[in-house]
Design a protein around this ligand. Sequence first.
Ligand SMILES: Nc1ncnc2c1ncn2[C@@H]1O[C@H](COP(=O)(O)OP(=O)(O)OP(=O)(O)O)[C@@H](O)[C@H]1O
Length: 296
Amino acid sequence: MKAIFQQILDVAPYDYPVHLSGDTGTGKELAARAIHDHSGRKKGPFIPVNCGAIPEHLVESELFGHVKGAFSGAGKARKGRFELAHGGTLFLDEVTDLSPFIQVRLLRVLENGSFEKVGGEQTVCARVRLISAANRPLKTEMKAGRFRQDLYYRINVVPIHMPPLKSRNGDIGLLARHFLNLAASRYHRHPVMFSDAAMAVMRRYDWPGNVRELQNAVHFSFVRSGGSRIDACHLPPEIQRAAAVAVGSGKLNPASVAEAIRRCGGNKSKAARHLGVGRATLYRFLSSCAEIRPTP
Ligand SMILES: Nc1ncnc2c1ncn2[C@@H]1O[C@H](COP(=O)(O)OP(=O)(O)OP(=O)(O)O)[C@@H](O)[C@H]1O
């Protein structure tokens, strides 16, 4: 996370277009907002647009606005997102979902800084910093002919890749604790902790939904634990199941593990040695058998 944040700080003061790539939930929108907040435009608007969520026939007027009577239903003139972002930052999320027609219009705006509203003849100027993002790799889309090459080079001036959460294992604990602290302070609870077993399970899990999924899992566990210490059994069942499948060594059973931990005075590293397994294996086992509560 620190490496990404440094890239954000480096690029923020310049007006160059930034393209954020990365899977869903990796924090692309958060990064776009951080770039805006650290830029000279921070007092201006930050306008996010999810290009994939707007019905195709409305994208043009959504981005560029329309004049009164431009099409049926256009009862009054409306500003588009480009105009609304004047003096600030326009964040085009899922930019690869834009149709070829809109790609051409976008290219023209980026070249001239001006455009016409749908149905209008007057040229509108908008001084906007563009940040775009996409889950699908832009280059692949360009090579497949779905994304214009000239537009690719226009928007991909400074690329920043947001890696999947599972590839930055150290961030899992930091983020989980961060979300838990936020939840505890929001609901006026004492600071809450994760047990070692819960943490071990979270570190083993793949997080296909990335940071968003982790955030949801923390909220779920916070609710299930009643705001007290979060153990593996409080984590969402699919995460516990994934960890249990991963253990699968067959060497351990709850009774022998509880006994070993008791004999080792609660020291799990010693208990793991005692059982002849690695510490990580023991933690994985504990996470899948959260009911083990060895008596001292
Ligand atoms: N480093 C981080 N610190 C705190 N919260 C984070 C971090 N990264 C992501 N999040 C949180 O995770 C959630 C998902 O982030 P975001 O919406 O920015 O992802 P995204 O990559 O834009 O997702 P999508 O591609 O699905 O739109 C948000 O609630 C965001 O606040």
